[in-house]
Structures are given as structure tokens and as C-alpha cells.
Ligand binder design. Structure first.
Ligand SMILES: Nc1nc2c(ncn2[C@@H]2O[C@H](COP(=O)(O)OP(=O)(O)OP(=O)(O)O)[C@@H](O)[C@H]2O)c(=O)[nH]1
Ligand SMILES: [Mg+2]
Length: 300
């Protein structure tokens, strides 16, 4: 293939928390690169999923849901989201059409009024709404945002995703591929392993806990027998949270570890020995080194 025949470009996937951005990135890539949960603010750092269609490489920048920043971690997440959008060739706005248009969505739409990038609108979760409501929502948002294209999709079930992928392909500028063709993400295995453990925490625990938690991969050793030994630290802010993560008789931590180990092994394609320990650090969200580890820039 000659250079002029190939296409490659960046798509910033933005939207309110829980809209289904990460689910959509996984669907477009065709495998799981980003963690997903029913809770808002699951994605923390900017992560790139790499989708390939025909001669195009579509670099999908999954961003944290944009919301009102309060703490330093929030500010870093919002900054990551907007940086993702500015560097892109195209903005893909994901809207949860089963949820009402929140103040957050309003804010995002407002800030897109002055955009310089082409905009594709993906109305997601169509499996949850009826057609009439969907059409009303589509015409309202289209009138307001004037997107270049609109797709009605179910990222979770795959409906409409191939059409969307084709449209993104055509929108990519001509040029050489920017990543090797077998690469599906820009995250390191260390980062993905930490994220897969965090996904279990977010999905197995309730209330504010997931938000107060970070996971750090501390050591990583590929053993001669073909397996990998990984040690991770789960950071929480208080003793009471540590007790919840560990659970009665250590059962919760065991369940988190068992599922995370299976997911990490599947990702790496080799057996994994996973050791987790929980540490209390009331100020982990003020730890610069940790921000680097989880892929965020320090936000002042
Ligand atoms: N029914 C239905 N659920 C979906 C669909 N797409 C995503 N979801 C669910 O919506 C929830 C949020 O999905 P995520 O992909 O984590 O959302 P996100 O936009 O990345 O969220 P943040 O990272 O928190 O900003 C999960 O429970 C998904 O399974 C869909 O098409 N239909
Ligand atoms: Mg996400």
C-alpha cells in the first residue's frame, strides 16, 4: 500500500459521564481497551483506542466525561477531555438518549458552538428508548448543534456502529498510519492492568468508594514459566474504606482479585498471578507521581 492511499486521524470521543463513550470506543476497536461501568466518571485519563477499517486507522481518544470540576482530580480529568478534543481531526459527541439533557450536556453543547472541528453526533442507547422520542431528540439536537453527521446507535449491542465506523473512516485525512497495525491502544500493559482492577472495584463496590479509589501497578515480573506476576496497590482515603474494599473475612478483595486476574490474563494472553494490597492515603489525589502513573497531567 502506498502512503497516499492510507488515511489516519484522531477522533475525540466526548460527552457527559456515563453516556457510553468507553463502550463505543471498545465497539469501534472491536475489543476491550477501555473500562466501563454503570457509574459516572469511570474513565479518568485520556486513552486512545485504535480502530482499523479498510485503509484507515482511526485513533479514538476516549476522554473522561466532562463535568463541573471540584477537586484536583476533577480538574485534571476535565483538562484531559478538552485537550483530547483540541488535538483531534474530528469530534464525536456521544449523547445518552435515554437520559434527559442534563446541565452537563447543555454545557458541552454550548462550548461546541464555537468549534473548529467537524462534528459527528452519536445518539447512543437507542435500545432503551422508543422511536418517536428518539426522532424528537434527534431533530432538537441536530437543529442546535448542526453536526456533519448523526448516527443512532447502541454501543452496547452494536446497532449502527458499522455505519458510524464507515463515516469516521471517510472523514480521516489522507496520510500514513501512525501506529503499528497490531496495536489496539496507546496504554501500556501496566496501565491497562491497573484499570482492569479499578473496573472491578467500581463495579463491585457502591457509593462514593470507587471515586475515592486509585490503583497503581507496583511491580511486574514476567516469569520464565510464561506467567506474569503483578503486584498492585489499591489506594483509598480512609480506614473505613479500606475495610469495605477488603470485606468480611477478605471476601471482597478476593472477588476483586479473582475477576481482575482473569481479565488481565485475557488481555495479556498468559497466566497471571495477581497480588493486591490496600493502602490508606488520605491525600492520594494530591500525589503527582500517581497522576503520571494513571496517565493524567497535574492540573493546578
Ligand atoms: N442499554 C445500553 N447501555 C449502554 C449502551 N452503551 C453503554 N451502555 C452502558 O452505559 C454505562 C456507561 O458506559 P461507559 O462506556 O462506561 O460510559 P462513559 O461515557 O465512558 O462514562 P465515563 O467514563 O464515566 O464518562 C455502562 O453500564 C454501559 O454498559 C447502550 O448502547 N445501551
Ligand atoms: Mg468512560
Amino acid at each position: 500500500m502506498t502512503e497516499t492511499e492510507t488515511r489516519a486521524g484522531f477522533v475525540a470521543v466526548i460527552g457527559a459521564p456515563n453516556a457510553g463513550k468507553s463502550t463505543l470506543v471498545n465497539a469501534l476497536v472491536g475489543q476491550k481497551v477501555a473500562i466501563v461501568s454503570p457509574k459516572a466518571q469511570t474513565t479518568r485519563a485520556r486513552l486512545m483506542g485504535i480502530a482499523i477499517q479498510d485503509s484507515a486507522q482511526i485513533l479514538l481518544v476516549d476522554t473522561p466525561g466532562i463535568f463541573e470540576p471540584r477537586r484536583r482530580l476533577d480538574r485534571a480529568m476535565v483538562a484531559a477531555a478538552w485537550t483530547g478534543a483540541q488535538d483531534a481531526d474530528l469530534i464525536l459527541l456521544v449523547i445518552d438518549c435515554a437520559a434527559k439533557i442534563s446541565a452537563e450536556v447543555e454545557r458541552i453543547m454550548k462550548s461546541l458552538e464555537t468549534r473548529e472541528h467537524p462534528l459527528v453526533l452519536a445518539l447512543n442507547k437507542v435500545d432503551l428508548v422508543d422511536k418517536l422520542n428518539l426522532l424528537a431528540l434527534a431533530s432538537k439536537l441536530t437543529g442546535r448543534l448542526k453536526p456533519d453527521h448523526v448516527f443512532m446507535i447502541s454501543a452496547a449491542q452494536g446497532d449502527g456502529v458499522p455505519d458510524l465506523k464507515r463515516s469516521l473512516t471517510e472523514a480521516m485525512p489522507e496520510g500514513p498510519w501512525l501506529y503499528p497495525e497490531d496495536e489496539v491502544s496507546d496504554a501500556t500493559d501496566r496501565m491497562i492492568a491497573a484499570e482492569l482492577t479499578r473496573e472491578q472495584i467500581v463495579n463491585q463496590l457502591h457509593q462514593e468508594l470507587p471515586y475515592a479509589t486509585a490503583v497503581e501497578t507496583e511491580t511486574w515480573e514476567d516469569r520464565p514459566d510464561g506467567s506474569t506476576e503483578i503486584r498492585q496497590q489499591i489506594l483509598v482515603e480512609r480506614d473505613s474504606q479500606k475495610a469495605i474494599v477488603i470485606g468480611k473475612g477478605g471476601r471482597r478483595l478476593k472477588a476483586i482479585g479473582a475477576n481482575a486476574r482473569a481479565e488481565i490474563a485475557q488481555h495479556l494472553g498468559r497466566p497471571v498471578h495477581l497480588y493486591l494490597h490496600v493502602k490508606v492515603n488520605p491525600h492520594w489525589d494530591e500525589d503527582r507521581g500517581l497522576y503520571r502513573e494513571i496517565g493524567l497531567e497535574w492540573a493546578d
